[in-house]
Design a protein around this ligand. Structure first.
Ligand code: AHN
Ligand code: ZN
Length: 348
């Protein structure tokens, strides 16, 4: 091929290329196309790791009836008939809601003398699921009304102190059966929380309080049991509640406190779940944290205005059904239910 022939072939080639690009450029096109930022290539939407289940509606009337039912047995002091009857009823309720129940019996000395026959009642939702949440409250009521002005030697009904937390948990157990979630939940009702010595401020709290939680945390119902986190409910039924970020919870599990308080804020309850650091309370969660190393927080109302900071009916005979405000049960119930289902959905 001559060099002249070669050059003309290149010229024709170039002409074809220019002509083709002119035709392409003059084709009608969207105005926005020329200014739009480069879009990333379309990828497949990631599949959710677990099925999304909407948070069911917490029924405060149902929770209220669960509190009343406990109170109707009378004071739930260990070694009494009311205590035995209520234990059987609680285990029966868990079974009715489809949970696998363990009745963990234990014996512990009372500081006044004698031995308590205690029973921690454990209701397991989907016991085979490794992803679990621990929800707890104490179910016993105090053997004497040491904060009252009269009848200080008589036991209290403990509608709020004990009953309220259990009522909220029973309602959540009912909701789980009606609205299955793909996460395990362990409901642990601790016994003999409230039989301790309040007379001596210098006493070692671990000696006389939270006897059921002490036993359970050293004798887990399943060896190596480790949930994602735990939430304890204590006095969650009184009027005008104030849930501060309790001291032990903030020390041991600040991330869980944040999870729960931000969930409360998302539901419009930031005026009740306040952004305030509260004092440390030696409650059941303290022993679960120290003995079982489970990150656990305490939702406990400390509205202030009292010497102790606890609710005004604390350890008095006023802790009866009149002390229970359905609205408080509802707020706490909605928050804990949302935490369970949002954790199930992987959004918490
Ligand atoms: C004391 O501080 C002595 N007890 C806190 C735990 C408690 C008692 N919660 C309810 N009753
Ligand atoms: Zn108490």
């Amino acid at each position: 091929m001559s060099s002249k022939n070669f050059r003309s072939k290149i010229a024709i080639g170039l002409l074809v290329v220019f002509a083709a690009s002119y035709i392409v450029m003059s084709l009608p096109r969207c105005k926005s196309d020329s200014t739009a930022p480069v879009k990333p290539p379309v990828t497949q939407t990631p599949q959710p790791a677990v099925p999304q289940v909407p948070t069911p509606a917490f029924n405060a009337d149902s929770a209220f009836l669960f509190v009343k039912k406990q109170v109707d047995f009378g004071p739930r002091v260990p070694n009494t008939e009311a205590h035995r009857k209520c234990a059987a009823w609680l285990a029966g309720e868990f079974k009715r809601h489809g949970l696998a129940v363990i009745e963990q019996k234990f014996q512990a000395p009372h500081y006044k003398g004698g031995t308590f026959n205690g029973i921690n009642i454990i209701g397991q939702y989907k016991p085979e699921n490794p992803r679990r949440i621990l929800l707890a409250a104490h179910w016993d009521s105090r053997f004497h009304a040491d904060q009252d002005k009269k009848d200080t030697n008589k036991p209290i009904l403990g509608a709020d102190d004990g009953g309220s937390g259990v009522g909220v948990l029973l309602e959540i157990a009912r909701l789980l059966q009606q609205n299955p979630a793909d996460i395990g939940v362990d409901f642990v009702l601790f016994d003999a929380e409230d039989q301790g010595n309040d007379a001596d401020d210098n006493q070692d709290h671990s000696k006389t309080w939270c006897l059921g939680a002490q036993h359970w945390s050293k004798n887990l119902h399943k060896p190596g049991y480790m949930p994602l986190f735990g939430i304890l409910l204590d006095m969650v039924g009184g009027a005008n509640p104030r849930f501060q970020k309790e001291g032990v919870s903030m020390q041991a599990a600040p991330g869980i406190v944040e999870k729960v308080w931000s969930t409360a804020a998302s539901l419009g309850y930031s005026n009740v779940f306040v952004q305030e650091q509260g004092n440390a309370v030696t409650d059941d969660h303290y022993f679960v944290i120290t003995n079982a190393r489970i990150p656990m927080i305490d939702i406990i109302s400390r509205p202030g205005g009292t010497k102790t900071g606890f609710v005004p009916h604390w350890h008095t005979h006023d802790d009866n059904m009149n002390a229970i405000d359905k609205n408080t049960l509802r707020m706490v119930g909605e928050v804990v239910t949302a935490v369970v289902y949002r954790t199930n959905n992987g959004v918490l």
